[in-house]
Design a protein around this ligand. Structure first.
Ligand code: NDP
Length: 311
């Protein structure tokens, strides 16, 4: 049984570096890399960051695709993916903590009008604004999974009012949690910032559309760190122009890298980053070696994706 590592993002993670790390954890493993996969019949486990449509079919004995991250929507979107292939992902508090810092950084920037001060400085203008009060500010976190809870907790710890929304009802310390469509409307109307940490699934695809933006508090900002295709981007542009929400901070886009002629780049009330909010995986990558071992020994896998549910 061999594991093939084919991450496809050498600027972020080199296959050979990941291989060396996993071999330190599990020296007996047969681990190949994308440039030298050997006999495709021997590959039973594949590790990817970007998954190409039809990729699973290259390996006739493939049993497991392991994602080097949390989002598996691209793998599940492959109509040719054999039913028997299982999918696992990583659950990393390192990325989750970075995403919480990202969301907090953007919220604090708005609370203290930092963007406006940059603009004023460029014009040598001395204009003062009162800071927005943290305790009077409500942050909604949509998606209360491993990462969403870390994001929500970070805002609680910093004195914000926090609301959460998830598929199944939850009770979490020092925040009010909601579920369902009615719950979502409540959360959106009450919030000054809406942080989306949702996975992309058939249910959440394009969830941020015209209908949903009409339920936003018009002063609020959307921060999307979940997946780009959660947002109908032309509806977002229209909603911003019509004043249905005040701005958007997007770390993820429907097409990545975002083409240079895409109107999202130039909209004055959109701030973009290139999918970097959760960057490092930390020791969570060692779960790849553990899943190799478990697959070999026919033991239950870590962080198995429910293919029907989509996450
Ligand atoms: P989890 O699977 O742990 O949590 C997903 C959360 O979303 C759960 O709370 C789930 O509800 C909720 N959810 C799913 N479907 C719905 C729905 N239809 N309605 C309401 N809530 C729903 O995921 P993670 O926290 O690990 O990761 C979340 C996402 O973050 C990933 O899927 C990925 O897309 C993105 N991500 C982005 C990164 C970046 O750098 N920008 C880095 C890492 C991840 P319930 O609890 O009821 O199941």
């Amino acid at each position: 049984m061999a594991l093939l590592i084919d991450v496809k993002h050498p600027d972020w993670m080199k296959d050979e570096d990941l291989r060396a790390k996993l071999l330190r954890q599990y020296p007996a493993a047969d681990i190949r890399i994308g440039t030298d996969p050997g006999d495709p019949d021997e590959i039973e486990m594949l590790t990817v960051s970007t998954y190409l449509p039809g990729e699973a079919l290259r390996y006739p004995n493939l049993k497991l695709i392991q994602k080097t991250g949390a989002g598996v929507n691209n793998i599940l979107a492959d109509h040719e993916l054999p039913e028997a292939v299982q999918i696992t992902r990583l659950q990393t508090d390192t990325s989750g903590t970075e995403m919480a810092e990202y969301a907090l950084a953007y919220v604090l920037q708005e609370q203290r009008h930092i963007r406006q001060y940059h603009q004023h400085q460029a014009r040598s203008e001395w204009v003062a604004y009162p800071p927005r009060k943290t305790g009077d500010t409500t942050v909604a976190v949509l998606g209360l999974g491993r990462i969403g809870v870390l994001v929500a907790q970070r805002f609680v710890d910093n004195g914000f009012q926090v609301l959460g929304w998830s598929r199944s009802p939850k009770t979490l310390d020092k925040m009010s949690c909601f579920a369902g469509d009615e719950g979502l409307t409540k959360v959106l109307t009450m919030s000054d910032y809406v942080v989306s940490v949702l996975p992309s699934t058939p249910e959440t695809l394009q969830i941020f559309d015209r209908d949903l933006f009409k339920r936003f508090n018009p002063q609020s900002l959307l921060i999307n760190v979940g997946r780009g295709d959660l947002v109908n981007e032309s509806d977002l542009l229209q909603a911003l122009d019509d004043g249905e929400l005040a701005g958007a901070i997007l770390d993820v886009m429907s097409i990545e890298p975002l083409p240079a002629d895409n109107p999202l780049w130039l909209h004055p009330r959109i701030q973009l980053t290139p999918h970097i909010s959760g960057y490092h995986l930390g020791d969570a990558v060692l779960d790849i070696a553990e899943n190799y071992r478990r697959l070999q020994n026919d033991e239950p896998l870590l962080h198995l994706v429910d293919r029907g549910r989509g996450y």
